[in-house]
Design a protein around this ligand. Structure first.
Ligand SMILES: *Cc1c(COP(=O)(O)O)cnc(C)c1O
Length: 225
């Protein structure tokens, strides 16, 4: 695995996808998902120019956070159990998995600073997926105004694990429409300008459909465990 070469290839694909859709590559942030690799490999990603690290478990997050003392934005991308909030919330720059009011309540109680959150949406409707239903997005976000430490930075989804490009595209388009609906409301606690969508196998389509944050593991840093 040569992380720098992988990043070059990904940047080229982003450029092409932006060209096709009239977007600017600098509006797309690459989050290196390091959950399957060592801290050394994560460091390689930073040396190659990565500015965002994503982890989905408390232990992996804290390990990387404590060992990589560089200018990095820290993203927590996995399901966050309420009882673990207090151990990591002050180290997280962006939480990608806000999907219930009980979690918002716990976050609000355990920190005194604003936490930028993505509301996770289950666009595809798969049973196995976390996230709130598309028709609950607006009422959910309205209800979040009661928690002064929560800021809704955007929406996040995980597309189904399939090859069908049409289905993937529809999923990403739906998330963008939902984001636009929220943004129109101009809630002060929910600027909701970002879209966290796209992983190793579908990020080009996600970028074409407006992704501002793509979460890439395997195709960038590989899989060591
Ligand atoms: C693991 C993970 C990713 C990265 O997956 P790859 O297919 O390895 O790029 C992205 N988002 C979430 C939420 C993940 O858990």
């Amino acid at each position: 695995m040569n992380v720098a070469e992988n990043l070059d290839a990904i940047n080229q694909n982003i450029e092409h996808a932006c060209h096709r859709s009239g977007r600017k590559p600098q509006d797309v942030n690459i989050i290196a998902v390091t959950k399957y690799v060592s801290t050394d490999t994560a460091r390689e990603a930073l040396q190659a120019g990565i500015k965002h690290i994503g982890e989905n478990r408390k232990e992996g997050f804290l390990e990387k956070y404590n060992q990589l003392n560089q200018e990095v934005q820290w993203h927590f991308i996995g399901t966050l159990q309420s009882r673990k909030v207090k151990e990591i919330i002050d180290y997280i720059d962006y939480l990608h998995s806000l999907d219930r009011l009980s979690l918002a309540k716990e976050i609000n109680k355990r920190t005194s600073q604003k936490v930028k959150c993505f509301v996770q949406v289950n666009v595809s409707g798969e049973e196995s997926k976390h996230g709130i239903n598309p028709d609950e997005v607006l009422p959910f976000i309205e209800a979040l105004k009661d928690y002064e430490n929560i800021e809704v930075a955007g929406l996040m989804t995980m597309a189904p694990h399939i090859e069908d490009k049409k289905v993937l595209r529809t999923c990403f388009q739906k998330l963008r429409e939902l984001r636009d609906n929220v943004r129109e409301k101009q809630f002060s606690h929910a600027p909701c300008s970002y879209l966290s969508m796209g992983m190793s196998n579908d990020y080009s389509i996600a970028v074409e459909e407006g992704a501002t944050h793509i979460r890439i593991g395997t195709k960038l840093v590989g899989k060591e465990f």
